[in-house]
Design a protein around this ligand. Structure first.
Ligand code: PEP
Length: 250
């Protein structure tokens, strides 16, 4: 079935405020009228400034994390209510850097997923195996576990607001990319697993992005695979000239 390509840029902990605003302005101008779906994941402190730039454009504004609870005594946290208040409608959750650098558990990620969905936000849920897990033949098991744990309690109806980003950890920021055939195999597995968790309709409709050193030179072949519906892009998303060409692939 035809799914619209969904190209997302994860800016991580990068840019100054001026650079964030300038990049957002470039993207608004260059992506205007383009066919695919687009999102940028912006550092918390620049979300408000970037929200003013992308307002009314075809670019979805995402945070890179959110609190698992509503407003209250939670020092340092940022709630979905606060994000929505400034025009941020999407959140990237379970990114491998939060799983492996910060130590976020699948249980915590699931709480955040349910919280964001209950607040009517879109969620981009990242899953993916470490190199050792891949070498041990565990890639599918890891993805299956992260999917069932991350989506626990999420209804079929709510899945309309969920995108899955498959990001093999060994490919993130390393310059190593899964071959299109390897990536397609695991994307196909993920779609099949979602059919088991929900039903075939949900599986057919869910967008599954690939992430891991995606750039203009490898994106076309990756996006041509039947179960690769988009990309979550880190390094190449920090400049319009490297991000826009990926956004333009139909
Ligand atoms: C990411 O951060 O989600 C990512 C895939 O990074 P990069 O494109 O730099 O590998």
């Amino acid at each position: 079935m035809a799914r619209t390509h969904y190209i997302a840029g994860n800016w991580k902990m990068n840019t100054s405020k001026a650079e964030a605003v300038a990049l957002a302005k470039d993207l608004v101008a260059q992506l205007k009228g383009k066919k695919n779906k687009f999102m940028i994941g912006v550092p918390f402190v620049y979300l408000d400034a970037v929200a003013q730039v992308v307002k009314g454009s075809n670019i979805i504004l995402a945070a890179q994390d959110c609190a698992a609870t509503g407003n209250g005594a939670h020092t340092g946290e940022v709630s979905c209510e606060m994000l929505k208040d400034i025009g941020c409608t999407c959140v990237i959750l379970g990114h491998s850097e939060r799983r492996h650098e910060i130590g976020e558990s699948d249980e915590l990620i699931n709480k955040k997923v349910r919280r964001a969905l209950a607040q009517g936000m879109e969620v981009d849920l990242c899953i993916g195996e470490l190199l050792a897990e891949r070498e041990a033949g565990e890639a599918e098991n890891v993805c299956a576990f992260q999917l069932s744990a991350g989506l626990a309690g999420v209804t079929a109806e709510q899945m309309k607001n969920v995108t899955i980003a498959y990001e093999p950890v060994w490919a993130i920021g390393t310059g190593k990319t899964a071959t299109p055939a390897d990536a397609e195999a695991i994307h196909k597995f993920i779609r099949g697993y979602i059919a088991k968790l929900y039903n075939q309709k949900v599986a057919d409709e869910v967008i599954i992005q690939y992430g891991g050193s995606m750039k203009a030179s490898n994106a076309k072949e990756l996006l041509a695979q039947p179960d690769i519906d988009g990309g979550l892009i880190g390094g190449a998303a920090l400049k319009a000239e490297t991000f826009v060409p990926i956004c333009e692939i139909e």
